[in-house]
Write a protein that binds this ligand. Sequence first.
Ligand SMILES: [Zn+2]
Length: 155
Amino acid sequence: MERRFFADAMLGKLAAWLRAAGCDVAYSRDIGDDDLIRRAKEEERLILTRDTLLARRRWARENHFLVEGDRWRDQLRQVTAAFGIDPFAGFLTRCLRCNEPLAGAASESVERLVPPYVRSVTDLFRECPACGRVYWPGTHRERMEGELRRIVERQ
Ligand SMILES: [Zn+2]
């Protein structure tokens, strides 16, 4: 079964990059420890945390992964290695903002949101059903993919 995570409030950047890698990662910037543990338990998610106090809490104790390092690149390398995540298998299949799996979108339906130039070169649009953000292939995507490759392939 695919592993599901709940990233603590300090790990926003890691959460976004894990989502870019296709992982199911819940994250809330303002969530308190009690709510985080309760939601992680309800949603059967493994807590990703840097907080050793949180990690010692009831239920969290057996259901967390302690993330090391202050830098998100190191954190990402650590988590993908620990869980054997191939970050390219599901690359950009989830919304970076809300973690929702993206759905295919027709060129006409994204007309208002996508620059005309982009629509003239591709029709591979994906849309977040929750927030409506539209994703498409292009230089931004390539930059992210390159960044990801540098991170996970560095030994
Ligand atoms: Zn979204």
